[in-house]
Design a protein around this ligand. Structure first.
Ligand code: NDP
Ligand code: OXD
Length: 313
């Protein structure tokens, strides 16, 4: 049963090595290799060429090698097969690190100290307690709920917003359109871990930005986005940073990636940028995950973590 690995924009060698080490009895192939397309049962993919997966008539399941699946749901020729996404502690832990790091960068006013250090300036600023800061997480799924717990453990007041109703100990949960305004009104640091869907595209716009809490200790709201770039209207964020309605931001994902060199985001005040590395897909960890899921499926158990094509995530 051949496994195809098609990862556009990523180096495939590490994936091939990790998969062969994890499952030495399986045949693992890359798009350029000579192989029989009818032998392919599973495709492990990241941004495959649109229509490419249709060329494997005996394909049984598609595994997205990232937690986000918009790279697949936007393919009009995606075959009507189960799409499995990554739900793995390795990836989740990486994302939580990014969220905690960036919440703390703003909470502890690190941009000021980086600048002060560059000029040899000793200038302490007032520091408030974590319990004075309200962090609102958009997207309380696998990643958002783990980040919420880690922030809570540090003492932050955490709220969350999801599509459907949720309950989490110690986290004020809001959901749906009617829950958005009250959620935003009590958020000092907004963290978006939303998937990109028709509903979340351009969701964080001027209206959402202006609905964020204003009286918090940071002097105004801060926005973090590690979900998908196209959920945030970058021009609206830039305007709000320029006129002080937003005090800072941390962005890992962008409407256009790589972020173009002339994007004003590179030079925006109090903004930390990372090049879509918040939660990298680790070949060893995720090969173990995928091979485990395939083995369970072949033993007769249902595939887990399936994408709902209707919802788009
Ligand atoms: P999940 O599917 O587990 O969670 C998604 C969450 O978003 C759910 O809580 C869901 O609500 C909520 N949601 C979806 N649509 C809406 C909506 N219209 N309104 C309100 N809430 C909504 O995904 P993960 O947590 O695993 O991943 C989230 C995203 O993170 C990925 O889709 C990907 O885009 C991004 N990502 C980024 C990475 C990076 O390195 N920057 C790495 C990995 C992922 P509900 O619970 O009600 O379904
Ligand atoms: C993912 C990503 O979806 O890297 O895993 O963005």
């Amino acid at each position: 049963m051949t496994i195809l690995v098609a990862v556009r924009g990523w180096k495939p060698d590490h994936w091939i090595d990790a998969l062969r080490a994890t499952a030495p009895d399986r045949t693992v192939v890359l798009p350029g290799d000579a192989f029989d397309p009818t032998a392919v049962r599973y495709a492990l993919v990241w941004k495959p060429e649109p229509g490419y997966l249709r060329t494997f008539p005996k394909l049984e399941a598609i595994f997205s090698l990232g937690a986000g699946v918009d790279h697949l749901t936007t393919d009009p020729d995606l075959p009507d097969l189960p799409v499995v996404r990554i739900v793995d502690p390795d990836l989740t832990g990486r994302m939580t690190e990014w969220v905690v790091l960036n919440v703390l960068l703003h909470h502890r006013r690190q941009a000021h100290y980086i600048t002060a250090q560059a000029t040899g300036t000793w200038k302490p600023l007032r520091q408030w307690a974590a319990s004075a800061v309200r962090v609102g997480i958009m997207g309380l799924g696998e990643l958002g709920s783990d980040a919420a717990q880690a922030l809570q453990a540090l003492g932050f007041r955490v709220t969350g917003w999801s599509r459907t109703e949720k309950r989490m100990d110690g986290v004020d949960c809001f959901h749906g359109d009617q829950g958005l305004a009250p959620f935003l009104a009590r958020t000092d640091i907004l963290v978006s871990l939303l998937p990109l869907t028709a509903e979340t595209e351009n969701l964080i716009d001027r209206a959402v930005i202006d609905a964020l809490a204003k009286g918090g200790p940071l002097g105004g709201p801060v926005i973090l986005n590690a979900g998908r770039g196209r959920s945030l209207v970058e021009a609206d964020l830039l305007d709000a940073l320029a006129d002080g309605r937003v005090k800072g931001a941390s962005l890992d994902v962008f409407a256009t990636e790589p972020l173009p060199p002339d994007s004003p985001l590179w030079r925006a005040p109090n903004v930390f940028l990372t090049p879509h590395v918040a939660a990298e897909s680790d070949p060893e960890a995720l090969s173990r995950y995928v091979i485990g899921e395939i083995a369970a499926y072949e033993a007769g158990r249902p595939l887990r973590h399936l994408v709902d094509r209707h919802k788009g995530y």
